[in-house]
Design a protein around this ligand. Structure first.
Ligand SMILES: [Zn+2]
Length: 411
């Protein structure tokens, strides 16, 4: 089935079953929709999903088998409902993703993300691992001690988790006298934080992970709303799009579709969805598409790293900056043990950037630090030095694996 037919079926399903799209797209004929004319359809925003949440549900209640809440970045969590077929589709998406980075039934995979709390990620990875025939070790939000024990007991060959957490786990193992490189772990499937920059070169965290674990790192990107995963293949140069499962566009600030390679907001139209179907969903994430033939031999487009969130864009004295760029700079300069950043609105044209951080060594590390940072960011942030404990108390909230390092205090 070609992409135009799949899109037409998807739009037809939305018009028939989704109250939101029946109204939003009233008068549209599915037969007129094609990949070439997709850009003529309106976008769907997170604000639409939030404001008219129930109007998006397109499956009868008796067909719903899982209910998820998307934490989003602000406000009230959005409800997403999945049917059995949606979960099977997601399972197949994950299975093909894991297979694409070289995994097989022979692998044993330690999962360090939760199956609970109405998140989809943990269930998605578990389902994919299981469909691959590999063995899942569902240790979720277990402590560092318990992950170390699971690695020892199961001989895990791969770990799925947040990059900065996997770096911390390696540090913990070393502290216990265990060299992570000596373990059978050969792959780290990284979620929630990018591994590469806009030129596809590895960030410091990616290099650190490979050196610490003696394993390859693979980036994967997904969201609860789009129910679609992009995972890097063995070439590790962007996450492959599975073209039968989704259409991806990149748009500029005016909503115009950008050519391949240009950075803009990621728009996803997931196909074959029943519970909460979406058309041209604005993810709010910034990245770019690569369409050259991949070194792995596949021609399917690849999505680059997530370079930032659109709504997190800061304007500092005329310079546009994203939190991730600040994180990358802090990681690369070195000497920083923990940090978070705060942004406040100074006036209509400019924001104030404040970095709250702790250093590994006190005085020597601070010398030249502000200058190095300013040179990398091209703006001068306010620096507040605190103890590591004080900084960590703000960064890590109980029960979450993903550190929160960006606090938006603008309006
Ligand atoms: Zn590839």
């Amino acid at each position: 089935m070609n992409i135009d037919t799949r899109l037409q079926q998807h739009v037809e399903y939305c018009l028939k079953n989704s109250p939101f799209y029946r109204e939003r797209l009233s008068g549209l004929h599915p037969a007129d929709v094609s990949r070439a004319t997709l850009a003529e359809l309106p976008f769907t925003g997170k604000n639409d999903l939030g404001a008219q949440n129930d109007a998006f549900f397109a499956a009868a209640p008796e067909r719903v088998v899982d209910i998820v809440f998307s934490s989003g970045t602000t406000g009230y969590p959005v409800k997403i409902v999945y049917t059995e077929r949606d979960l099977q589709r997601l399972t197949e998406n994950e299975r093909r993703s894991l297979e694409g980075c070289g995994m097989s039934a022979k692998d044993t995979v330690l999962l360090t993300c939760t199956m609970d709390r109405c998140f989809i990620a943990g269930l998605a990875y578990f389902s994919g691992v299981r469909a691959l025939g590999a063995a899942a070790v569902r240790n979720g939000l277990g402590s560092l001690e318990s992950h170390a024990e699971m690695l020892r007991r199961t001989g895990a060959t791969a770990i799925i988790g947040v990059p900065t957490f996997l770096r911390k786990l390696a540090g913990f193992l070393i502290g216990q006298g265990i060299d992570p490189k000596a373990l059978p772990v050969t792959r780290l499937i990284c979620i929630g934080e990018p591994l590469r920059d806009a030129t596809m070169n590895p960030l410091k965290v990616a290099n650190d992970l490979e050196a610490l674990w003696g394993a390859n790192v693979y980036s994967t990107y997904a969201s609860s709303e789009t129910i679609t995963t992009f995972c890097e293949c063995t070439a590790r140069q962007g996450g492959h799009l599975l073209e039968d499962l989704a259409v991806v566009e990149i748009i500029d600030d005016q909503g115009r579709v950008l050519p391949d390679g240009e950075i803009g907001e990621v728009i996803v139209t997931p196909l074959q969805i029943e519970g909460t179907p979406l058309i041209r969903f604005r993810t709010g994430d910034l990245s770019f598409l690569m369409t050259e033939l991949c070194a792995c031999g596949r021609a399917a487009p690849r999505l680059g790293p997530i370079l930032g969130r659109k709504q997190q864009m800061m304007k500092i004295s005329g310079t546009t900056l994203y939190p991730q760029a600040v994180f990358n700079a802090l990681d690369e300069i070195g000497g920083v043990s923990e940090y978070y950043i705060e942004v406040e609105q100074r006036d209509e044209l400019s924001d104030t950037l404040r970095i709250v951080l702790s250093m590994q060594d006190e005085e020597p590390a601070r010398a030249g630090f502000a200058e190095s940072l300013q040179a990398r960011l091209r703006v001068k942030p306010e620096l507040i030095f605190k103890s590591e404990g004080e900084v960590r108390a703000n960064v890590f909230t109980p029960g979450s694996r993903k550190p929160v390092r960006f606090f938006d205090r603008r309006g």
